[in-house]
Design a protein around this ligand. Structure first.
Ligand SMILES: [Zn+2]
Ligand SMILES: [Zn+2]
Length: 171
């Protein structure tokens, strides 16, 4: 097979992945080439054959995952995700409070400290508590009767695997 020219290679990449910019010189399909993701700015040495077919940038993918996770928890990230340990600004969509958090932590404990404190002060009854649970965690079914806002509960999550959860940290 005839070797592709730089232009042919770049056209193939652009066709499959318009968001990838080629920075390096194309040698052949076995030689990695410097590429840039225009969406997140990531630079890497790409395997030529992997980027002439539809390719998902792993950093963009993690960023989107984090965004949709935060969105489900009524939060939004104000800085873009770089890695699990780099602090980013988070904003609560409910009260507007902003703070900095490490993605690894926020994924475990996705709650706004202000709303959480407010929730702790509120006088919960079995009824308001289960209303709040239904509203903020529709996929979680508590298997125990109300015993307090701070308590851990046995719960059924989505596809019926039972786990112990702490309701206030699950929204
Ligand atoms: Zn990217
Ligand atoms: Zn809040």
């Amino acid at each position: 097979m005839r070797k592709k020219t730089q232009k042919e290679f770049e056209d193939d990449v652009k066709f499959a992945n318009p968001y990838i910019e080629i920075l390096g010189q194309y040698v052949n399909n076995a030689t990695r080439i410097r590429a840039k993701c225009k969406k997140c700015g990531r630079l890497w040495d790409a395997v030529p054959t992997k980027i002439t077919i539809p390719y998902t940038c792993p950093l963009c993918e993690r960023q989107e995952e984090l965004c949709s996770f935060l969105h489900e928890n009524k939060l939004v990230n104000l800085d873009s995700y770089e890695d699990n340990f780099k602090r980013i600004r988070i904003k609560c969509n409910v009260c507007g409070y902003e703070w900095k958090a490490v993605p690894k932590t926020i994924k475990k404990d996705a709650r706004c400290p202000i709303c959480y404190e407010k929730g702790k002060k509120k006088k919960w009854t079995e009824e308001t508590f289960s209303e709040e649970m239904n509203r903020s965690c529709p996929t979680i079914e508590l298997m125990e009767a109300y015993k307090g806002y701070e308590e851990k509960y046995i719960a059924n999550v989505r596809n019926a695997h039972t786990s112990s959860i702490n309701p206030h940290i699950s929204y």
